[in-house]
Ligand binder design. Structure first.
Ligand code: NAD
Length: 256
């Protein structure tokens, strides 16, 4: 379905981003990977699916590096047809204890980077009259939790950015939507489970069940494959009129 097209996925050396990159590669898209993790192994995994793969190590908190990544992707592959804004970090603390530099980093990486990649990708998408911008927000883009002020603010911002972008592109073949996962067992969440187990003196298994029980009524983690399946669907013609949506995949978290 995506043969001849190029997808750039930020933060795709692990977790959700890598899963989405692999699913888009399975549909034939060439892939630009990005992120700070083990990029050689990520690249090998995606190349095994028979597509061309490039990696750019841009730091999503640095607009000049983002510009370089977008320009280098366009010069290698012609243009970016599918942009997945996925890179993200987390920090947990109450507002009065929240380190300002962590606040700035979360807003830059989780929110502003999506603005910068989008502004560079949109002109060529408009010209081709086809494109997909998929922003990985969160259940925290729709509702809040305590101790996550920067993350919640950034993810609500991503949902707002998604709606504005979708409206600006409404009369073109370019769509913009957000995916809002609940808990997914990736390195980002594993860190929170480990911290909880240590703080409360409980096992990792107990900490996992407690974490799910607080928020996710299904008591099951959302999987990377489920999110990747939705990203692929958003690239199909069936999703041509899905615009500006914030689509929860959260085991019922935000239905409560
Ligand atoms: P992860 O830690 O496995 O992946 C994050 C990726 O972002 C990694 O590739 C990392 O190297 C990259 N990254 C971090 N800082 C970066 C920077 N400055 N520049 C470039 N890349 C950077 O986490 P994940 O759980 O796969 O998270 C992916 C996205 O999904 C994030 O936006 C996260 O907020 C969102 N999300 C995750 C969950 C969850 O439960 N895991 C739930 C909702 C939303």
């Amino acid at each position: 379905m995506l043969k001849g097209k190029t997808a750039l996925v930020t933060g795709s050396t692990s977790g959700i981003g890598l899963g989405i990159a692999k699913a888009l590669a399975q549909q034939g898209a060439n892939i630009v990977l990005n992120g700070f993790g083990e990029y050689e192994s990520a690249k090998t995994e995606v190349m095994a699916l028979g597509v061309e793969v490039d990696y750019h190590g841009a730091d999503m908190s640095k607009p000049d590096q983002i510009e370089d990544m977008m320009k280098s992707a366009a010069s290698k592959f012609g243009r970016v047809d599918v942009l997945v804004n996925n890179a993200g970090i987390q920090h947990v603390a109450q507002v009065e204890d929240f380190p300002p530099e962590k606040w700035d980093a979360i807003i830059a990486i989780n929110l502003s980077s999506a603005f910068h990649t989008s502004r560079h990708a949109i002109p060529a998408m408009r010209e081709a009259n086809w494109g997909r911008i998929i922003n990985i927000a969160s259940a925290h883009g729709l509702v809040a939790s305590a101790h996550k002020s920067a993350y919640v603010a950034a993810k609500h911002g991503v949902v707002g950015l998604t709606k504005s972008t979708a409206l600006e592109l409404a009369r073109t073949g370019v769509t913009c939507n957000a995916i809002c996962p609940g808990w997914v067992l990736t390195p980002l969440v594993q860190k929170q489970i480990d911290a909880r187990a240590e703080k409360e003196g409980i096992s990792i298994e107990r900490a996992q069940i407690d974490l799910l029980g607080e928020k996710q009524p299904s008591l099951q983690f959302t999987t990377v494959e489920q999110l990747a399946g939705l990203a692929v669907f958003l690239c199909t013609p069936a999703a041509d009129q899905v615009r500006g949506v914030a689509w929860a995949v959260d085991g019922g978290w935000t239905a409560q």
